[in-house]
Design a protein around this ligand. Structure first.
Ligand SMILES: Nc1ncnc2c1ncn2[C@@H]1O[C@H](COP(=O)(O)OP(=O)(O)O)[C@@H](O)[C@H]1O
Ligand SMILES: NC(=O)c1ccc[n+]([C@@H]2O[C@H](COP(=O)(O)O)[C@@H](O)[C@H]2O)c1
Length: 202
């Protein structure tokens, strides 16, 4: 059995933190990080506001991301091996792929804003934090291209609000998580929810 879990959310909401914890806990679990599909800086459009437009879907090679997900769907064992993910003893046996549980986590800030990805998720989560906390956490983070002054208020947060509205209009089955809760609490509630889904689909 294969299940795909979406971990979406605002920048610095705690998506990677939660994902890494799930990866350590769930069986035969692989991940696709949307951040790995950012285009090169010179391919990122500069807006009328003077900022490079990082927080829009066209800043990402979404076709490549979808193809990566398809690669996992076609052969999760091969995918796990080629990404250095260790498999359970059972999952390594030839012909075991129908009985074993294989999990893929798709993590990123715009994973519910790209139509071809919308139907792939078995379970959708979304982490939010308020403006002040988001701005604070973001100010401590250094991306491959560091934020120029004013990027958060001028581009990042307005784009977040726009995409969030778009997502709320397009997706009805998302579990919203409060990113101000402790890392442990967030992990426990998501883990419990996934366990229930797995039990229901066995
Ligand atoms: N529940 C939490 N409470 C407090 N800080 C958190 C929590 N989850 C993540 N963080 C911190 O917030 C920052 C961004 O977390 P990260 O998981 O990288 O976010 P994202 O992947 O959503 O951008 C990191 O410094 C991380 O330690
Ligand atoms: N990974 C990169 O190459 C890169 C470069 C510039 C900005 N970013 C930022 O990454 C953010 C999304 O990633 P997080 O959700 O992990 O914060 C966006 O808000 C974007 O502004 C990423």
């Amino acid at each position: 059995m294969k299940i795909i879990i979406g971990i979406g959310g605002v920048t610095n909401g705690g998506k990677t933190t939660l994902t890494n914890r799930l990866l350590k806990t769930l069986p035969n679990c692989c991940v696709v990080h949307q951040d790995d599909f950012f285009k090169k800086p010179n391919q990122i459009e500069v807006g009328e506001d003077g900022f490079r437009q990082w927080d829009v879907i066209t800043a990402l090679d979404m076709e490549a991301m979808v193809n990566t997900v398809k690669g996992w769907q076609e052969n999760p064992v091969k995918f796990a091996r080629s990404h250095g993910v260790s498999l359970s003893t059972e999952a390594q046996k030839p012909g075991s792929k129908d009985q074993e549980v294989h999990v893929l986590i798709v993590e990123g800030f715009l994973i519910y804003n790209y139509k071809p990805l919308l139907d792939i998720y078995d379970k959708c989560f979304y982490i939010s934090i308020p403006y002040e906390e988001c701005k604070r956490r973001r100010s401590t983070r250094t991306y491959t291209v560091p934020d120029p002054p004013g990027l958060f208020d001028g581009h990042v947060w307005p784009m977040y609000l726009k995409h969030r509205k778009e997502m709320e209009n397009n997706c009805s089955n998302i579990e919203y998580l409060d990113g101000l809760k402790s890392k442990e609490d967030i992990f426990s509630s998501v883990y419990e929810c996934i366990q229930n889904s797995l039990l229901n689909s066995l």
